[in-house]
Ligand binder design. Structure first.
Ligand code: BGC
Length: 415
């Protein structure tokens, strides 16, 4: 805890540095390039612009942020890091370890972030006792998005377990529609795997395999069963899935070409951006068998240090991001839920309200787990090695037994 005296001194220093600093643009590296994501980003841009801070956009397309992180590394290596960067979980920790991130403790202290940001997020927002990133939201990956008209027509209720899910997929397939809209990119395959592993092995297994990286769990029959289920899912995907962007898969559900998509709640941003309404046009429910769990990821903005003091524009961005009114306005559009526990749910639609209630319940009951696919279970080196195995299996390169063995090896090598 910072003493009042040091807080006051800090504030004075910040006031001095901000008044001396020339008004600068904020340069923001992010991967929010789909329609729904861009609409949400606009809320942030406009907030800053209303304070006289210009926005230099640095978008790097590619869901999940893998490409964005590659571009970031190149920018930092060439000595020209952007002012602020969208980042996930362990990537923040990795950059903080390198000493690259600005210290946001003064702003965090002034604004009481410690009291309102959930502990599961603070684990990644802080390094060595210092706030190094400003959390924008909480997303989660164990969702299914469904076209309501198709389900109504075929008499399908939201499935509650794996067998019911397979029966529903079979019904859709028999009707001639695509059962599962999917984009064959490694991070999307892994996003499904988050939920499949949770549903197949339960929360303790998920913890052991993905977070503790326990070899026995990674090499177990349960993991083999999870891969077997991935092969079942693969059999309900259309022929053109390879390389498809996630938002184009969402569009298939929006347009009534496919019944389901298993994707994080950023998919909701696409439905809303297309003028669709929850419970009327689309349904949101937890991946069957994971109704009590939440596999989360949170987008945060890390500020790259430009000198001993945090920049004026960086401070303004961090303050804007944590403001309760912004957290509501932004997350309503993005599909995520607020990164503060004190934001009312009034402005949120049915899926958003469910997302907020699920998160609280999961956090209170020990059912909140970091998403492996989105960098909140283990560092990028391991995550990427897991991606390779999951994708090779999804594309039929490995059978389930080989995939299990490769997963164990991938973790051994990269741990
Ligand atoms: C991010 C989301 C983003 C999604 C798809 C996730 O890793 O957390 O904000 O919408 O990737 O691009």
């Amino acid at each position: 805890m910072m003493s009042l005296k040091s807080l006051k001194l800090g504030l004075a220093a910040l006031a001095m540095s901000t008044s001396l600093a020339s008004a600068a643009d904020v340069e923001v590296l992010h991967w929010w390039t789909s329609g729904g994501e861009a609409a949400a980003l606009n809320v942030l841009k406009q907030d800053l612009e209303s304070q006289g801070i210009g926005w230099q956009d640095m978008p790097v397309a590619g869901g999940g942020g893998t490409q964005a992180m590659t571009v970031l590394r190149a920018r930092v290596t060439s000595g020209n890091p952007p002012t602020a960067v969208q980042m996930l979980g362990f990537d923040i920790t990795d950059w903080a370890k390198e000493g690259a991130l600005a210290d946001l403790n003064i702003i965090a202290g002034m604004e009481g972030w410690d009291d309102v940001v959930p502990a599961a997020l603070q684990k990644f927002s802080k390094y060595d006792g210092k706030w190094v990133a400003a959390p924008v939201n909480v997303h989660s990956t164990n969702w299914v998005w469904a076209n309501k008209a198709i389900l109504d027509e075929l008499g399908i209720e939201p499935p509650q377990n794996w067998d019911e899910f397979v029966a529903a997929l079979e019904k859709v397939k028999a009707s001639g529609k695509t059962a599962i809209a999917h984009g064959g990119q490694a991070w999307q395959d892994a996003t499904i795997f988050d939920a499949v592993v949770m549903a197949t092995g339960g929360p303790e297994f998920y913890q052991k395999a993905f977070i503790d990286l326990d070899e026995e769990a990674l090499g177990s029959d349960t993991m083999k069963e999870a891969f077997d289920r991935m092969a079942v899912i693969r059999s309900y995907v259309d022929d053109n899935f390879s390389g498809r962007d996630w938002n184009l898969a969402t569009a298939m559900v929006i347009n009534g070409d496919a019944a389901f998509q298993m994707m994080g709640d950023w998919a909701k941003g696409e439905f809303l951006n297309a003028g669709k309404k929850p419970d009327e046009d689309f349904l949101c429910f937890r991946f069957p068998g994971t109704q009590d769990q939440v596999t989360f990821n949170a987008d945060q903005f890390a500020m790259f240090a430009q000198g001993p003091e945090v920049g004026k524009e960086q401070a303004a961005l961090a303050t804007a991001i944590l403001s309760p009114s912004f957290q509501s306005a932004f997350n309503v559009v993005k599909g995520s839920v607020p990164a503060r526990t004190d934001v009312p749910n009034d402005a949120f639609d049915a899926c958003g309200k469910k997302g907020m209630a699920d998160l609280k319940k999961a956090a209170d009951s020990g059912n909140l787990y970091g998403s492996m696919a989105h960098g909140h279970a283990n560092p990028a080196a391991i995550k990427n090695a897991m991606y390779d195995v999951i994708t090779a299996h999804f594309n039929g390169e490995y059978d389930s037994e080989t995939a299990v063995a490769e997963l164990v090896t991938a973790v051994q090598i990269n741990k």
